[in-house]
Each structure stands twice: as structure tokens, then as C-alpha cells.
Design a protein around this ligand. Structure first.
Ligand code: FAD
Length: 382
């Protein structure tokens, strides 16, 4: 491991990996990435890895559209030898109330104005895409063909491998234990394998981001919350799009190897660093999904697991420098959408660190918004 670095990135998930890649691509020589376990061991390797451009705020539409376009090129750009499994089967969003339908109509108008080709579907049209969809109690659906999902392990590894080829020093099974700050400036990080002198630290530590903030003396308004997910046995393809409902609280998709991955939120989940699994999740998940997609009652669950949503007060990420400590940057608080923002996160963080003009409209996402009471309202989060 290097003992000096221009930039130290803490976290080997999609955010840290993409940041390392874009910094190195722009010519930053001494980038060190530190991961306490293996690449994608945090939320990234535990997530649904769904990506959608169907958002309700202009900012999120633009960030996710940009990411999607980069995912489309990632296989080639990153020269990755395996398949990152980008399947653009679309996202079918279900509306169960007239209020939700109204929101979808507003969202689609906004999305279309930004070049996102989403559309409102009648229930009959939705059944052309998912013939066994139980439309009882539904009002309409929204659909965008270019939404989809990837393999999160391969995608993140593709960024890591490309970053390494550009000279990034990647250290797995290495834990940052403290951050040294002198006179309000970052001067180094301590790890269980030695110290590194640096003036720039990027906190891309996902569920542990608040802890990393504390090491630098910064109290980030973040907490972590368990989210559970499961995969079925592999079966022949029956489901092309991701099926998602905000009000019914579910998402469900079939991945290329045939397994069906599904998850749901639960307000009673523990708010700490636990990633254990519960039978209550299995029970609730099975009831919800088999109501909407009845044939799924015939397939077996292969495995369940959990990961951490890192939550900010408005469930939107915190991007950028921290005023109190010079050289300390944050990319955290992604709630349930940090994977799909990944490539954009890398670009955004590299622009902040290099003092470049920002190419995406993320000024409103700095830490200062909480002090200033300028929280963001995004109607389409899970
Ligand atoms: P992480 O992937 O958590 O990476 C942070 C890394 O930092 C970890 O690997 C950790 O080990 C490391 N670290 C922490 N502390 C230290 C330390 N002291 N020293 C060294 N390393 C350290 N998002 C989507 O876009 N689409 C989805 O469909 C989706 N589904 C989800 C489903 C579930 C069940 C969960 C849990 C999340 C889901 N998300 C989804 C959210 C998404 O997974 C996260 O927002 C995203 O992966 C965050 O990436 P990250 O790189 O910021 O953090």
C-alpha cells in the first residue's frame, strides 16, 4: 500500500470504484482506494441493481439518464472481459390510486421534456408486457423501455479493473481506522495496515459513512437501515421488465440467469449496521408479490439476504466537499438508488475534487442543504 496519495477513497462499492476510475481517467496519478472487505461487499453487492430514469424531479431524471447512458457504454469503455449483464427490459411502475396516476402523468411530462421516452399505459397495455400481471386494484402503469438492471458485482469490478489499469492502488481487506485532521485540513488516514499521508479523502463508505464522518470530526446527518431482498430458483424467462410499485411496496425483476430478485421496504427495520435476515420479510414479500404476479407462487426461494440503505433526511445523496474540513468530500446517503447513480457519482466527485465546472445539476445536493433547510422532495423513491 502506498504511504502518500493525492486522493484516498474510502469504500469499494460502486461510488468509490466509479470515483477512482474518473479521477484516474482525468490524470490524477496517486489515487488509493481502501475497502475493508472485498469489492462490492457493502450495499452494492447486496442490491437489486435496478436502474431507472423514471423520477419525479428534474435533477434525478438528469443524473439517472446520464448514468444509464454511461452504463450503456461501460462494457466497451471499461474494456471488461466479462459480461456486466446490462438488460434493458424496462421498468413497469404500477399506480394503485388516482393520486398516483396524477403523479405519474406529471412525472412522464417532465421525463419526456428531458428526453426520457417514458409513457403511461392502460392496464391492457401493461398486460401486453407482463401477461400475468394481476391488475385488480390497479389504475394504470408507467413504462420506460431503457430502464433495466445490471450485475452489480461485475459492473463494480469493471470500474475497479479499469481504475487499476490507470494506476489506482486498490487495497481490499484494509480498514480505515481514523482520519487525521490538522488546523481544519485533512492530512492523512490511518488504516489497520499502515498510514497514508494525503490532503484529500473521499467518504464513499455507504452504510458506514457517518462513522467515517466522525473520524474527520464531521457529524453527517445520515443513518443506516436494513433492507431485505431474495432470489428465487432460476426459471425460464417469464418477466422482461422490473415490476415496481411505490404504494404496494415492492420491486421484482428476473435476472439473466433466470432467478427472480425481489425486495420491499419496511419502516420497522432496524436503524443500525445489522444485515441479518428475517422470516417476517419472507412472509410479507411472498404475500405482496404473489398477489401482483400470481404465477410466482409456484417457484421456490433460493436465498435471502440484506444490505444497508444509507439514509439522509430527504433520502437524496450528499455530494461534494464539507466546509468544516478542507479536503474532506462526501458521496453517501443514497437511500435505495445509489447503484443507478454510480457512474454519475464518479463524474460528480471527480469534478468537485478537480475544481471543474459541474456537468450535472447537483448544486442542491451538498451537505449545506440541511443547515439551510433546503431539503429536496422526490416523489418517486422506494
Ligand atoms: P457501498 O456499496 O455500501 O460501499 C461502501 C463500502 O465502504 C463497503 O464495501 C464497506 O465495506 C466500505 N467501508 C466502510 N467502512 C470502511 C472503512 N472504515 N474502511 C474501509 N472500507 C470501508 N440502488 C439502486 O440504484 N438500484 C437498486 O435496485 C437498489 N436496490 C437495493 C436493494 C437493497 C436490498 C439494498 C440494501 C440497496 C439497494 N440499492 C439500490 C441501493 C444501493 O445498493 C446503494 O445506494 C449503493 O450500492 C451504494 O453504493 P456505495 O458505493 O455508496 O456504498
Amino acid at each position: 500500500m502506498k504511504t502518500t496519495a493525492e486522493v484516498v477513497i474510502i469504500g469499494g462499492g460502486i461510488s468509490g470504484a466509479a470515483t477512482a476510475y474518473y479521477l484516474a481517467k482525468k490524470g490524477v496519478k496517486d489515487v488509493v482506494l481502501i475497502e475493508k472487505e472485498y469489492i462490492s461487499s457493502g450495499a452494492t453487492g447486496r442490491c437489486g441493481a435496478g436502474i431507472r430514469q423514471q423520477w419525479g424531479t428534474e435533477m434525478n431524471c438528469i443524473i439517472s439518464k446520464h448514468s444509464c447512458e454511461m452504463f450503456e457504454q461501460a462494457q466497451e469503455e471499461l474494456e471488461y472481459e466479462y459480461d456486466i449483464e446490462f438488460k434493458q427490459g424496462g421498468y413497469l411502475l404500477l399506480a394503485s390510486t388516482e393520486k398516483e396516476e396524477e403523479q405519474f402523468k406529471k412525472n412522464i411530462k417532465l421525463q419526456n421534456s428531458l428526453g426520457i421516452d417514458s409513457k403511461l399505459l392502460t392496464l391492457d397495455e401493461a398486460k401486453e408486457i407482463v401477461p400475468f400481471l394481476n391488475t385488480d386494484g390497479l389504475v394504470c402503469c408507467a413504462f420506460h423501455q431503457k430502464d433495466g438492471h445490471l450485475n452489480p458485482f461485475h459492473t463494480t469490478q469493471a470500474y475497479v479493473n479499469a481504475a487499476k489499469r490507470l494506476g489506482v492502488d486498490v487495497n481490499t481487506f484494509t480498514e480505515v481506522t481514523d482520519i487525521s485532521v490538522e488546523n481544519g485540513k485533512i492530512v492523512g488516514v490511518k488504516t489497520n495496515k499502515g498510514d497514508i499521508s494525503t490532503n484529500i479523502v473521499v467518504n464513499a463508505a455507504g452504510g458506514w459513512a457517518q462513522k467515517i464522518g466522525q473520524m474527520a470530526g464531521v457529524d453527517l446527518p445520515l443513518y443506516s437501515e436494513r433492507h431485505q431482498i431474495l432470489v428465487s430458483e432460476p426459471i425460464d424467462e417469464i418477466l422482461k421488465p422490473m415490476v415496481m410499485s411505490f404504494s404496494l411496496n415492492l420491486y421484482c425483476q428476473q435476472v439473466p440467469h433466470g432467478g427472480i430478485i425481489m425486495g420491499r421496504g419496511d419502516e420497522t427495520e432496524p436503524r443500525d449496521l445489522r444485515v441479518t435476515s428475517s422470516w417476517q420479510f419472507l412472509d410479507e414479500m411472498a404475500k405482496t408479490v404473489t398477489h401482483i404476479l400470481p404465477p410466482l407462487k409456484n417457484i421456490r426461494v433460493l436465498r435471502q439476504w440484506a444490505g444497508l440503505y444509507n439514509m439522509s433526511p430527504d433520502r437524496q445523496p450528499i455530494y461534494g466537499p464539507v466546509d468544516e474540513v478542507e479536503g474532506f468530500y462526501v458521496a453517501a446517503g443514497f437511500s435505495g438508488h445509489g447503484f443507478m447513480f454510480g457512474p454519475s457519482t464518479g463524474v460528480i466527485m471527480s469534478e468537485y475534487i478537480l475544481g471543474e465546472e459541474m456537468s450535472l445539476p447537483v448544486d442542491a445536493l451538498t451537505l449545506n442543504r440541511f443547515k439551510e433547510g433546503k431539503l429536496i422532495f422526490e416523489p418517486s423513491v422506494v
